[in-house]
Ligand binder design. Structure first.
Ligand code: MUC
Ligand code: MG
Length: 373
């Protein structure tokens, strides 16, 4: 293994179109903005990674423009001439010099891991504990903005044995209408599937109290981030009041924020996402404290394309139990991909890739085509 030292770090902002508008409480996605990082060692091998963001700065405070700028200026200098297998040490140094910036840190750490695994010609999951699962349950998000279209989509997914867990994006518009929409979908496909909802912080506590009662009655099996991230006390009261699981997503970012949620019982389940936690090492720590507290885990997504999705699949394959399965469906929402490989789904489960690194072979022509200029 000659020339394992890092020579160069390149980052690209890429805008990739999706197959249909994807409506969340705060934005409707028509094109997803992602950042791709390529870390090259002195022999020319490359580690490749991705983070995705939703709706500019409307979902969270990491935007693609800020991620790229901060990696290029403040993180890259700590990588040059280092060896990628030292990713734990490198990221500890980065943490001392760069506060916050969790998406940027995740982008860099996962590219380091990809490169370290490629230098050893092993799958990346071998570098963080090894695979427990060969496949994991895979939810799909119904978010076309139209109840009839969502029902049609759900039926197609069930028929194709692609998904039998559906997450409904609500919180946009009138809460009573949101709940009627959920009721109609449960009436149409509730027998053969499990339905969850994601409110993306859109309700206040009084609205949540009223609407979660109705959703629980209908048989919804999990309520994701009903209240704004700051409302720990409200999330705690909802968790105490209802039997249905209350899952923290946007509120559960850093290890420290998640620790507070667990300590204060401001929820009883957590959505993991490597990007929002700052990488794979942090994701594993969060999974550990959640497991210790008896919290349920959900394998979340920021709707990454094939590159980032394979990274999430890899780390989730090393975590023992996902009470709510995963939602790493991102590539299936995109019109195109930046890799030669594609996501594989069989019998309602995503298949975990066993290829070298995270199993992504970047298609440089596609990168050139979709990169922002
Ligand atoms: C979120 O808040 O969970 C995940 C699936 C989806 O449709 O949106 C994302 C973001
Ligand atoms: Mg969510």
């Amino acid at each position: 293994m000659d020339n394992v030292f890092i020579d160069k770090v390149d980052t690209y902002i890429v805008d990739l179109p999706v197959i249909r508008p994807h409506q969340l409480a705060m934005t409707t996605i028509t094109t997803q903005a992602i950042v791709i990082a390529i870390i090259k060692d002195k022999s020319g091998r490359t580690g490749v990674s991705e983070v995705a963001t939703i709706g500019g700065a409307s979902y969270g405070d990491s935007t693609v423009e800020a991620i790229k700028a901060n990696v290029d200026k403040y993180i890259t200098p700590h990588l040059i001439d280092q060896t990628p297998i030292q990713f734990n040490k490198i990221m500890t140094t980065v943490a001392k010099h760069v506060r916050g910036n969790l998406f940027a840190k995740s982008l860099v750490e996962t590219a380091l891991i990809d490169l370290a695994a490629k230098q050893r010609e092993i799958p990346a999951y071998k570098l963080f504990g090894g695979k427990i699962h060969d496949s994991l349950p895979l939810a799909w998000t119904l978010a076309s903005g139209d109840t009839g279209q969502d029902i049609e989509e759900a039926k197609e997914m069930l028929h194709a044995k692609r998904h039998n867990i559906f997450k409904l994006k609500i919180g946009h518009g009138d809460p009573d209408a949101n709940v009627r929409h959920v009721g109609e979908i449960i009436k149409a496909v509730g027998e053969e599937s499990r339905v969850t909802v994601d409110i993306n912080q859109a309700w206040d506590e009084y609205t949540a109290l009223k609407q979660i009662s109705a959703l629980e009655e209908m048989g919804v099996s999990m309520i994701e981030q009903p209240l704004p991230t700051w409302n720990y006390e409200g999330m705690k009261r909802l968790t105490e009041r209802f039997d249905v699981s209350i899952l923290a997503d946007e509120a559960a970012t850093s290890l420290h924020d998640t620790y507070r949620i667990i300590k204060e019982r401001a929820g009883d389940a957590v959505a993991l996402k490597p990007a929002k936690h700052g990488g794979i090492l942090e994701t594993k720590k969060i999974a550990g404290i959640a497991e210790a507290a008896g919290f349920g885990l959900y394998g979340g997504t920021m709707i990454e394309s094939t590159v980032g999705n394979a990274i999430a699949a890899s780390v989730y394959s090393t975590i023992s139990e996902f009470k709510f399965g995963t939602e790493i469906f991102g590539p299936l929402l995109y019109k195109d991909k930046l890799t030669l490989e594609d996501i594989k789904v069989e019998n309602f489960e995503i298949q975990i890739p066993d290829d070298i690194g995270f199993g992504n072979t970047l298609d440089y022509e596609k990168l050139e085509h979709y990169k922002r200029r």
